[in-house]
Design a protein around this ligand. Sequence first.
Ligand SMILES: *Cc1c(COP(=O)(O)O)cnc(C)c1O
Length: 369
Amino acid sequence: MIPVTKPFLPSREKLDQYLDGIYERQWLTNNGQLVQELTRRLEEYLEVDNLLLVANGTLALQIAYRALGVSDSRSDQHPEAITTPFSFIATASSLKWDGIQPVFVDIDPKSWCLDPDRIGKAITDRTRAIVPVHVFGNACEVEAIDTIAQRYDLKVIYDASHAFGVKYKGESLLKHGDAATLSFHATKLFHTGEGGAIVFKRKEDLERAKKMINFGITGPETIEELGINAKMNEMQAAMGLCVLDEIADNMSARQHVWEFYKDNLTSKCQFQQWNSNATQNYAYVPMVLGSEDKTLSVVKGLGDINVGARRYFYPSLDEVDFISTASGGVPNSRMISKKIICLPIYSSIKDKDLSKIISTINGFDEVKG
Ligand SMILES: *Cc1c(COP(=O)(O)O)cnc(C)c1O
């Protein structure tokens, strides 16, 4: 079976050394030495300040909403946040879970990111934030979004779960927004098994979030404010330190896979239009086929040869009934989500497997037209 993705497993010897250290120190969590080391190393690698490691990418979003005051309701009415329906469920469900109503605004049909021109019309007196996603690592129109946020005094929290290491105009893409969040889930480009991080624009927001991830506790006998448990532990950090050491090799292997697909797929398909100011991180290989029928046939055809291509992201999140306000006004997201598949990509995938996948997809066109 060729899965759509495989977690990157770093050097076992190196991981063992870190685990030996954990056993010696007998310190397993609560801002341990390895969490501190990974924080420094990630700030350096990503070229950012104010990075906070957390237990997973969903809590990263929720802590960011709280730290930036999006969720604290001053009225009886739910606050709203404008977001994209073309994402993983956690983008919208994290809002809903925190009592913030997601309001879906359509995506651009080429970049598949939130269309800034449509945001204005969706703003109401309850809107508190914009939560765009750099989907598949593709940078959003960050300047246009910043302008709107400033005009209407809204917070911007980028779900940058897919955008590890992406540069925009020569600087980290994560510097945009009041906060940008990362997921370090096992299937992500950089991972800690489970894990995540928030990059804050302002130091005071980082400091508030630091308290929030540890129950609001600030001293042996002081509980300063409402908090939750969102701490990363030492085993997660050990994995992250090992994965980070090998990230360059991992990324160049993935670049090879990505280019192999791009060079050899002759099938009529649409690739994502990449933001011309941004670099690529080769996290995913999404493509949009001509119709939903063709997409279903290709997924089935690949399944028949034991290849796990996935319809990702499907369905469009406005169609998830417990989330949606049933706007129905997001035709681009519905269209793209019906016709998209993500092809297998991971560093250890073999060229011969890629060739098999490519000829299956190309061959499909020859038979069915
Ligand atoms: C993976 C992902 C998340 C959730 O991250 P977890 O670490 O799994 O909690 C959120 N948003 C997007 C876009 C994701 O892909």
